[in-house]
Structures are given as structure tokens and as C-alpha cells.
Design a protein around this ligand. Structure first.
Ligand code: ZN
Ligand code: ZN
Ligand code: ZN
Length: 368
């Protein structure tokens, strides 16, 4: 997403506020989404160190010299400090931190960098960047919600292809269908495919099934969970279809799932707690007697990353606030037999839940 310097300037200002409030002297961001969120540059996830060193009065992007040309300069946000092949970048970071006592480190920073830094500065109090970055990143502004909505719409088009038989199923293996879903996500505007789970028949009982060589048969469930990144923001949708007449018992299971997912979405307005979403969906499944088959949390936050804060799970009593974007995806998995999941991305708003996905929620029969 192309943002103005003013947006990054404001984000850095807010990060410094959070640091100040939490008594953190420095923020160290390398691989992952925190860095591009804050200054608009994505580190290459390689063995050479790229790291933003942000303190109250300084911001230096430490970067391999030959990658410096990739950086969009924002002189009023950060400076670039490049290192040549024979220089020691950890030493550079150590010098920038000089007298600082504490630093928050990005979650996905390579362990090798963190361990080398600990050797250079054994007295430095290291903490996780989440405490500074999560409160900011979890609440999406309107441009971010627009980007999530556009990605959701693109995923909806692919879901409709699946539900209407435009992506044929019967007689093909899961991996082929998965490749089709990925290709269609790209055609609909995604820049990258993050995953495309296709789980047929008994495989649908495994929530993160790896699509493989199993050939899809007539008269079984096919669970598809797919998403990618479009303009910097992620999509993630799950729909199930049935390749022929639906057995009565599976219809009943799906009706419970449908009701549970709708209850989760209905509980997704701003004002409650994150765990309320999980409770709303789970209570429907529990009272229908399927409780033991719902084996994961109800949802995860989504944004620049496919899974990020906040998590919709029992025990998360963080307030659900306007701008939180997350999945609502209950599932029922009967091992060795069948399973189903139904997933939408929802944004909490002050006037209730804003469900971004609009693809059909019913279990569609696809005889193709
Ligand atoms: Zn998942
Ligand atoms: Zn999903
Ligand atoms: Zn998901």
C-alpha cells in the first residue's frame, strides 16, 4: 500500500509514545511486518542484517550497503546507515544503543542476530516488540480496512468459482484444485498466495491438511481454505462444498456450524472482549453436542500478516475495539470421517460487526 510520509511519521511518533509509556529505550525491527508498517520498508529475510534502531531521538535503518538502493527515503522519518560486506552490523547496532538499558525486539528477528546482540550487550534488557507494536497494528485505519475489504472481495470471487463448479473437483487430486485456487487468487489481483488448503472426504477432519494426491470422489465434502496478500493486506476464507447429495447427518453438522459462525460474527462488534467471539460460536457447537470436535480457537487477527493479534480465544479478555480485523472460523472435525469449517474476515465497528466476505455461506452441491 502506498502511504504518505505523514502516515509513517505519525506511526513512528505513536511508537515512541508507547515506548515512553512502557519505559523502553529502543525498538529493534528486522524481518517481518512491524518494520514495513512503521517506515514502509520490508527487510529481505536473509542472513545479512537489516534492522531499524528506533530511540526517542533517533531512527537509523541499518542495512547492507548494496540493498540501500531499495529503500524509499523518508528523511524526516529515518536515516539510512549502510554497512559494507566486511563491516560488523551487530557492532553498529550496539554502538547506536550505547547507553540504552532496554530494547524491544521484533518477534521474527533471526535468533542469530538476537544472540549476537546479547553477546555484544549482555546487560541490555530485551523484550518483545509486541508490547509496543500490537496496540498500534491491531487497530486498522480506514485505508487498511479498505485494503482488507478489496482482498476479501477478490477471495470471494474465487470462492464463487468453487461453489459454482467453475473449478472442477471430481476426479482431480487435491493438489491440482489447490493450484487452481492459487492461480485464481493471483488473477483476481493478489500479489502472492499464502496458502490454499484443499481437504477432501476424511481429510477435511484435519484443519491444516496439506493438499496432496488424494483424488476427489463424488458424494463427499471438500473443504477449501485459501488466502493471499493483495496490496500489502491479507485475505483468508474457508468454504466447504459437497460433490453430490449431502447425507442427512452431515447436513445437520453443517447447520450447527453455520449457526455457530453467524453467532461468532454477531458477537464481533466493538464493545465486548475478544473471548466473547469464541464463546458465542463455541456455545452453539457445545449445545448441539459437537463440542469435542471443535478443536481450535475461533479466530485470529489479520492485516499485513495472515495471522496476527488479536486472537479470538477463551482467556483473551482484551477489549474488542473498533478497527480490530480478524477471522471468525469455527470448525467441526470428526476424525477419520469428515469435517467442516466456515470462515469470514470481520472488522469490529462501533455500530456492530462489518463482515468483509460475502461469498455464499450455505453448503453448496458441486457435481463437477
Ligand atoms: Zn488455520
Ligand atoms: Zn483460513
Ligand atoms: Zn483463518
Amino acid at each position: 500500500m502506498e502511504l504518505t510520509d505523514a502516515v509513517y511519521r505519525e506511526r513512528v511518533r505513536r511508537a515512541r509514545n508507547e515506548m515512553d509509556e512502557r519505559g523502553v529505550d529502543a525498538l529493534l525491527l528486522s524481518n517481518g511486518a512491524d518494520l514495513p508498517y512503521l517506515v514502509g520498508y520490508q527487510a529481505m529475510a536473509l542472513e545479512r542484517l537489516t534492522m531499524l534502531v528506533l530511540t526517542a531521538d533517533d531512527a537509523q535503518l541499518v542495512i547492507p550497503a548494496f540493498e540501500a538502493a531499495r529503500v524509499t527515503r523518508r528523511d524526516d522519518v529515518f536515516d539510512v546507515m549502510s554497512w559494507t560486506e566486511t563491516e560488523d552490523p551487530i557492532g553498529m547496532v550496539g554502538r547506536l544503543l550505547s547507553e540504552r538499558a532496554s530494547a524491544c525486539v521484533g518477534d521474527t528477528t533471526w535468533a542469530r542476530f538476537v544472540i549476537d546482540l546479547m553477546r555484544t550487550r549482555p546487560d541490555l534488557d530485551l523484550r518483545r516488540s509486541n508490547e509496543v507494536m500490537t496496540p498500534m497494528r491491531a487497530v486498522k485505519d480506514s485505508a487498511e480496512v479498505d485494503a482488507l475489504r478489496a482482498a476479501a472481495h477478490a477471495a470471494d470471487v474465487v470462492a464463487a468459482d468453487l461453489q459454482t463448479g467453475r473449478i472442477p473437483l471430481i476426479g482431480r487430486c487435491e493438489a491440482e484444485v489447490s493450484a487452481d485456487l492459487g492461480r485464481r487468487l493471483l488473477e483476481e489481483g493478489h500479489d502472492k498466495v499464502n496458502f490454499a488448503i484443499v481437504a477432501s472426504g476424511p481429510n477435511a477432519a484435519s484443519p491444516h491438511h496439506e493438499p496432496g494426491t488424494r483424488v476427489i470422489q463424488p458424494g463427499e465434502v471438500v473443504l477449501c481454505d485459501f488466502g493471499g496478500t493483495m496490496n500489502g493486506y491479507c485475505s483468508d476464507i474457508t468454504r466447504c462444498v459437497h460433490t453430490g447429495t449431502i447425507p442427512g447427518e452431515f447436513s445437520e453438522l453443517y447447520a450447527v456450524l453455520y449457526e455457530a459462525q453467524a453467532a461468532g460474527v454477531a458477537a464481533s462488534g466493538a464493545g465486548g472482549e475478544c473471548q466473547d467471539v469464541d464463546r458465542a460460536a463455541r456455545s452453539v457447537i457445545d449445545s448441539a453436542g459437537f463440542g469435542e470436535y471443535f478443536i481450535h480457537r475461533t479466530g485470529h487477527g489479520i492485516g499485513m500478516e495472515a495471522h496476527e493479534d488479536p486472537y479470538m480465544i477463551e482467556g483473551n479478555d482484551d477489549p474488542l475495539v473498533a478497527g480490530h480485523a480478524f477471522s471468525v472460523e469455527p470448525g467441526i472435525y470428526v476424525s477419520g470421517r469428515w469435517g467442516a469449517r466456515l470462515e469470514d474476515i470481520v472488522v469490529a465497528a462501533s455500530d456492530g460487526p462489518d463482515s468483509l466476505n460475502e461469498a455464499e455461506h450455505d453448503l453448496m452441491v458441486v457435481e463437477a
